[in-house]
Design a protein around this ligand. Structure first.
Ligand SMILES: [Zn+2]
Length: 248
């Protein structure tokens, strides 16, 4: 029997990032969503140093399905900010990692219309051309709905439009299959997850805390948030130990 089996089901952390940039000075709320390029680089360096491989959601599917085992961490970035392309892509490539960026299909090339007012900052989102650059760099584009609503509050018709619609738009604009989904605000229930599954998505992520493991519901996967204030030891604790699992 292998060590991994003896130790029980291996845990698979799915990291959740938003902006890879320094937090704007005038931003008063949600500063935690900004991880600086230097901190991101240190985190990726540490993972590689410890023998982990950073993978996109699609590349990690065999691990999430329990078909394969290994030292793997999934890297996801929500919303599709331009800073992901500028600051995260070179670091990911440097380490030979891949990652999934979840894009709001109705805001391609625009800004964070859903929370710009609350934050007091407009954060630029990747254009279709920039998303193709992200893909050409070896990275994945997943869907994050059409308009970033709270999906549990949507009617069935709206749900269909937000979920099927975002997949269709992204596939049309990018010319590639889009098979990964992420719930805006992590807002999901069984009804919403069933629509995501029926739309043909292979998996979907929430903001529920904890590390994933094979056998979990692939359409309601937990994640490990990496925030601005996490120093390297805290990052390691959250990603590599049971710290987050106990909080799920
Ligand atoms: Zn989002």
């Amino acid at each position: 029997m292998s060590d991994a089996i003896a130790r029980g089901m291996p845990r698979l952390p799915i990291l959740m990032y938003h902006n890879i940039a320094r937090a704007p000075r005038d931003l008063r709320v949600y500063r935690s969503l900004f991880v600086s390029p230097a901190a991101f680089a240190r985190q990726m360096w540490l993972l590689r140093r410890l023998g982990y491989r950073g993978l996109s959601m699609s590349a990690a599917m065999p691990y999430l399905r329990g078909e394969r085992r290994g030292r793997v961490v999934v890297i996801t970035l929500d919303d599709g900010y331009v800073d992901n392309l500028d600051a995260a892509l070179p670091v990911l490539q440097h380490h030979g990692f891949s990652a999934t960026c979840y894009v709001v299909s109705g805001s391609i090339g625009r800004y964070n219309q859903w929370d710009a007012e609350r934050l007091g900052v407009r954060k630029p989102l990747m254009s279709a051309e920039q998303l193709r650059d992200w893909q050409r760099g070896g990275m994945e584009v997943g869907a994050h709905s059409r308009s970033h609503p709270r999906l549990t509050q949507c009617s069935d018709a709206q749900l269909h439009d937000e979920i099927h619609g975002s997949k269709a738009t992204l596939e049309d604009r990018l010319g590639t299959a889009v098979t990964q989904f992420c719930y805006p605000y992590g807002d999901a229930d069984d009804r919403v997850a069933a629509v995501v599954r029926a739309a043909g998505f292979a998996a979907a992520t929430t903001t529920r805390r904890g590390r994933a493991s094979a056998g979990m519901d692939l359409w309601q996967l937990p994640r490990v948030q990496v925030a601005r204030h996490h120093l390297l030891p805290q990052f390691a604790l959250r990603v590599l130990s049971r710290y987050e699992d106990r909080r799920a």
